[in-house]
Design a protein around this ligand. Structure first.
Ligand code: SF4
Length: 221
């Protein structure tokens, strides 16, 4: 078994000066989280030119879903990966990090604690990005509508591109919602990300109203 070089590892974690490719010297702290705190910008595509249509086709046919199950409805994502439903043949893949994902499937109810992680993960996803909200709980709170620690309307906190109703919806419904999302992307109608940028102050105010221990940048990507 290879012996771990702990001395080298410790040195890697120390704060140090680094010279960038353009010769600029800057301080790097490997133990710190780095975020761009600039608010999101509205992406204005050229009105469905052939090139934009091609981009949208590429976006629609390469769906990278973030592997983050937020509620009981997330269970329905597993069968999609199985040979029975085989979502991969529709260009649907799963990724373990928001940095490599384009679609966030919110799989059901979101507690106040979870919505904080949802917001952070959503903002860390690179654009263009889309949200699929699965389950009745994301629409109106479902059976948790009067719970003290779950939110009722997901679209008050992050933008939703497609809803899937049911408690819980079957994998076929989820697969169908992916097809709906693909259709909307191709038609240039999946505009959740722009909605978030346009109404950023409104979303932030809603988010901060329920997340009392707000300890992160207003926007982090
Ligand atoms: S709608 Fe039903 S299955 Fe979905 S998160 Fe709510 S309780 Fe769970």
């Amino acid at each position: 078994m290879a012996k771990m070089n702990y001395g080298k590892r410790k040195a890697d974690l120390e704060r140090r000066s680094v010279t960038g490719p353009d010769g600029e010297v800057f301080e790097v702290d490997p133990m710190k989280n780095y975020f761009c705190e600039a608010p999101p910008k509205v992406y204005k595509p050229s009105p469905l030119t052939p090139l934009e249509k091609f981009y949208n086709w590429c976006r629609a046919e390469s769906i990278y879903i973030l592997g983050f199950g937020t509620g009981c409805g997330a269970i329905e994502m597993r069968p999609l990966m199985s040979p029975m439903y085989d979502a991969y043949r529709y260009g649907v893949h799963w990724r373990p990090t928001p940095r490599q994902s384009t679609v966030f499937v919110i799989g059901g109810y979101a507690s106040v604690k979870t919505i904080k992680r949802i917001i952070r993960s959503y903002e860390q996803m690179p654009g263009p990005k889309y949200v699929l909200a699965v389950c009745s709980c994301t629409i109106n709170g479902g059976m948790y509508w009067d719970s003290y620690n779950t939110i009722n309307r997901l679209d008050h906190y992050i933008p939703v591109d497609v809803y899937v109703t049911g408690c819980m919806p079957r994998p076929e419904a989820l697969l169908d919602s992916v097809e709906t999302l693909k259709k909307r992307i191709k038609e240039g109608r999946a505009e959740g990300q722009n909605k978030y940028a346009e109404n950023f102050e409104w979303y932030k105010a809603n988010q901060k109203q329920i997340i009392k221990d707000w300890d992160m940048p207003d926007y982090n990507w």
